[in-house]
Write a protein that binds this ligand. Structure first.
Ligand SMILES: *Cc1c(COP(=O)(O)O)cnc(C)c1O
Length: 339
């Protein structure tokens, strides 16, 4: 039995989810005639108390549409230096939006209002126009760390004072909300736009939603078409999301418990130097100096455990829908044999 900790994107649809797909009523979504997509967009907008929503193929597409919609070529956006929008979207800030990034060093992927304030360019012909701030919650490379709502409120105040747009890359926002006992409306009132992934912890095969005002969503829909993201009978995918919103949100708690258990075992392990605090479903750790992460990964692979490196010395374990309690205890037994 393979224990696949590489990512929460590796999950496969369950029979219940497949059944929801089979029963979906569909139409041409570019004509706005897919009832299941329309329902999903309405439900998500209502859930977050935002005006509109747009179903997109991936989180990258949602983020890139947002960045392109909110900016003009030559603008600068502020983000944390390890933000997904900056390092994992193929240079899309430049390629799609013609913008540049001002990456700043935060704490496990999170930045503070004071840092945002200091990074805004003066109104000066030499400088790029600062127009957008992108936050990420939970932070992927921050090891699934979560923002405090109070800090986001402060950042929003800075944005309002300087006429900046505030976008949230909420690929794992449901993980954050479950861990911190927060409501979607808390986020809807703080951000101009939000992207949320369904292909991660919620266990869907594909899809993401982009949320914002009606005016923004109208522009986003146009850019989605330009990006080649106008899908037709997308209701088959939207049906998996409606199913997941009903069945797979509360259970994220289980993934978080599994991750904590793994984090605690790694913390005590003689080969491990450091584990980032475990707040949600991601566990990032470093081996002792001189230990080769790649040989650790190969040895784990021989025991049918899969994990990834995310840098020269950092490894990552992700818990998800297809990781059972039994797999976690099997892994802990395997880990205990390593020395
Ligand atoms: C996974 C992820 C995305 C989007 O990924 P897709 O694979 O394009 O859906 C965006 N932001 C963060 C933080 C992510 O972890």
């Amino acid at each position: 039995m393979i224990i696949d900790f590489r990512s929460d994107t590796v999950t496969k649809p369950t029979p219940g989810m497949m059944d929801a797909m089979m029963k979906a009523s569909v139409g041409d979504d570019v004509f706005r005639e897919d009832p299941t997509v329309n329902l999903l967009e309405k439900n998500m907008a209502d859930l977050f108390n935002m005006e509109g929503a747009l179903f997109c193929a991936s989180g990258t597409m949602s983020n890139q549409i947002a960045i392109t919609s909110h900016t003009r070529p030559g603008d600068e956006l502020i983000c944390e230096q390890e933000a997904h929008v900056y390092i994992y979207e193929g240079g899309g800030i430049a390629f799609n939006a013609g913008c540049q990034a001002r990456p700043i060093a935060g704490d496990r992927g999170r930045i503070e209002a004071e840092q945002v304030l200091k990074s805004i360019n003066a109104d000066d012909v030499h400088k790029a126009r600062t127009s957008l701030v992108c936050l990420e919650n939970t932070s992927n490379r921050g090891g699934g760390s979560c923002y405090e709502l109070e800090e986001i409120k402060k950042i929003r105040r800075v944005c309002d004072e300087h006429k900046l747009i505030l976008h949230l890359d909420g690929a794992r926002l449901f993980n954050a909300m479950i861990a911190k006992n927060e409501k979607p409306g808390d986020y809807g009132s703080l951000f101009h736009s939000i992207s949320v992934c369904f292909n991660k912890g919620l266990g869907c095969p594909a899809g993401s939603i982009l949320l914002g005002t009606d005016k923004f969503i109208k522009q986003a829909r146009r850019i989605r078409k330009v990006f080649g993201g106008g899908m037709r009978q997308a209701g088959f995918l939207a049906a998996t999301v409606l199913y997941a919103l009903d069945k797979n949100v509360e259970r994220l708690n289980t993934d978080h418990k599994h991750a904590k258990k793994i984090g605690e075992a790694l913390q005590k392990h003689p080969l491990v130097k450091m584990v980032l605090p475990v707040e949600t479903n991601l566990v990032i750790f470093e081996l002792n100096d001189g230990e080769d992460p790649h040989s650790f990964i190969s040895r784990m692979k021989e025991k049918e455990v899969l994990l990834l490196t995310i840098s020269n010395n950092r490894l990552r374990i992700v818990t998800h829908l297809d990781i059972s309690e039994e797999m976690v205890s099997d892994f802990l037994k395997t880990l205990a044999q390593f020395e």
